[in-house]
Design a protein around this ligand. Sequence first.
Ligand SMILES: Nc1ncnc2c1ncn2[C@@H]1O[C@H](COP(=O)(O)OP(=O)(O)OP(=O)(O)O)[C@@H](O)[C@H]1O
Ligand SMILES: [Mg+2]
Length: 261
Amino acid sequence: MRKIAVAMAKGGVGKTTTAVNLAHGLASRGQRVLLVDCDTQGQAAKFLGQKPEFGLYEFITERQENGQVIARNETLHRTRENLWLLDGGIRLVELKNWLGEQPRDIRQTVLAQKLVPRQGALDYLIFDCAPGWDVLSVNILMAATEVLCPVALQGPSLEGLKTFFRYLQSAQKINQQLRLEYILPTMFDRRTRHSYQMLSQLKKHFARQMCDPIHYSVRLAEAPTLGRTIFEYRSSNRGAFDYENLVRRIMKNGSQEQGQP
Ligand SMILES: Nc1ncnc2c1ncn2[C@@H]1O[C@H](COP(=O)(O)OP(=O)(O)OP(=O)(O)O)[C@@H](O)[C@H]1O
Ligand SMILES: [Mg+2]
């Protein structure tokens, strides 16, 4: 099973857009995917047009907010064929408090210890991370093995990257399996020189991890307002093509790791 964290400390760079479309793209290709929303904004469910009753809070604590015990499999919400969601949202504030109360030596690895699907039940775990850095972010980087880092080709500079990589390095000291595998440029606008400049800067620093960019597309921003992925909303759109391309790259990477042609 592949465990991919879509993470970047900076906000609004396309993490959720990427996590949701990647998860659905993989599921459409017959991969069994669990998307884990680790953000108090609970955007992943909205992007998929869902309102799950339970989610990550109940999965980890095995309790409902009223204290009643709940079975873990009841917290997984099936959203599409082959695609399940562990919902995030405001209850994650409570989850972070709960994590903070756990003994120091296990606090960072609670998620990794608990999120162990049955052998062969899933092909991919995709984590949609929140911006910033806290006890839950650390837990995700302890549970994941691959990091996909979306970088928006807009704004003043590649700000935030350095800070984020410092976080990543500190996580790698504890989770030695964790690798930065993909740098995904997002919101690429062919009309601006700035986009090209940022792209070439990234290529220079991250030749191996560099993915083809996701173009800026109004359709990508519209799709979640209707609770649809780009493949459902406009399958012939440039954004759908770009995300399909990413899906192919990620699947190919996996087959190389397993020594397949
Ligand atoms: N390639 C794109 N072209 C146009 N709009 C996009 C693109 N990618 C994302 N967006 C839009 O930009 C906004 C931010 O995207 P998204 O929510 O995916 O970012 P995020 O990194 O998850 O944000 P946050 O840090 O708040 O969780 C959303 O309105 C989304 O629809
Ligand atoms: Mg998000």
